[in-house]
Design a binder for this molecule. Structure first.
Ligand SMILES: [Fe+2]
Length: 343
């Protein structure tokens, strides 16, 4: 009896993890770059709704992409979830995704938040905004991203490095709106207005402004939302002090740049139908609530309002540039920023 147990354990250990996973037919293989406590509710919600069980592999997006590539045709990956449009686009370029045509997904997810060929879909959204200390107020003359390059704002801007994927996305949207030459001038202006050399993440820019280093932080909305619900009182205090400018809201202007967290069906998905059903579940009202709230993001579907914190920031109009177009302009954006000297 003991011996038999020992043998079967040994037999299992010589199979690679993917082989075990793949052998469990009908089990959805979720590869996720999200790491939020609430995600478990999503996977379980899918099982409740469909009866389909799941196995989860969590890692950073680049590691997941590498893993799917090395697993090749035997990959147990059905769905790949990442937290940024640049990485979704990268996964697509590497041939990771297969196209999906789904009336549910096409009906519920706005055009600009999904790849036109159905290779990936946005399931939550964040805006890249300007944050400032509400006690000091917003400096006069600032309403658009373009304004950030004006000499009026010397020494005021805290922002992370040019290689950061959110800055690349924003700059790509500037190229789409204004062309490459004007965007290089803009990036030069941003660089001239920095309060300190680019460093840290978006939260560090918010903290810098709260500490009086610079007046303006460029950040994604969810970093403020996550500070607002932090366990630490000092973080919640910072969140209370900060106000948000949604840029480019004027009459006829293009709106505020948004980025997405999203997913697609993996090219060699062993459970394709289940994978599509899973994406459709992520677009349901129940899942949208969980998906967005896990990281203080905006739901992408019209029938689910954002959480109370985001509602408190007020509503805004979004730049409807297609996320895939922004992703396609990303290499140009990075070059433009680097030519402009933005570190
Ligand atoms: Fe982030």
């Amino acid at each position: 009896m003991h011996r038999r147990l020992f043998l079967s354990a040994t037999a299992l250990s010589v199979l690679s993890a993917p082989a075990i996973l793949r052998a469990q037919s009908g089990v959805l293989g979720i590869y996720s770059a999200r790491h939020y406590d609430t995600d478990r509710q999503l996977w379980d919600g899918f099982t409740r709704a469909t009866g389909i069980r799941w196995r989860l592999i969590e890692a950073q997006a680049d590691q997941l992409i590498e893993r799917i590539r090395s697993e090749g045709a035997n990959s147990p990956a059905d769905v790949l979830i990442t937290v940024d449009l640049g990485r979704l686009a990268r996964a697509q370029q590497e041939g990771m995704f297969q196209p999906v045509q789904s009336a549910v997904l096409n009906g519920r997810i706005p055009d600009n938040l999904r790849e036109p060929g159905g290779h990936w879909f946005g399931f939550s959204m964040r805006a890249r905004v300007v944050m400032y200390d509400r006690n000091l107020g917003l400096p006069a003359g600032l309403a658009r991203y373009e304004d950030l390059a004006k000499p009026d704002f010397r020494g005021m801007i805290s922002v992370r490095t040019s290689s950061n994927i959110y800055n690349v996305g924003l700059t790509a949207s500037m190229i789409a709106a204004n062309g490459e030459a004007a965007t290089e001038e803009w990036a030069r202006g941003i660089n001239a207005n920095l309060s300190r050399p680019p460093q840290g993440g978006d939260t560090d820019q918010i903290r810098a402004v709260a500490a009086g280093q610079g007046r303006l932080a460029i950040s994604n909305t969810y970093y403020l939302g996550n500070l607002a619900r932090s366990q630490r009182g000092a973080d919640r205090e910072i969140a209370q002090r900060m106000a948000v400018l949604f840029p480019n809201q004027g009459e006829g202007d293009r709106g505020t740049h948004v980025n997405i967290s999203g997913a697609g069906v993996v090219r060699n998905a062993p459970n394709r139908a289940a994978a599509v059903a899973f994406l459709e579940y992520l677009a349901s009202a129940e899942a949208q609530r969980i998906f967005a709230d896990g990281n203080s993001e905006y739901p992408v579907v019209a029938d689910v309002p954002p959480n109370a914190f985001l509602q408190g920031l007020g509503s805004f109009r979004q730049d409807t540039l297609n996320a895939a177009r922004a992703a396609a302009l990303s290499p140009d954006a990075l070059r433009v920023m680097q030519r402009a000297g933005w570190r």
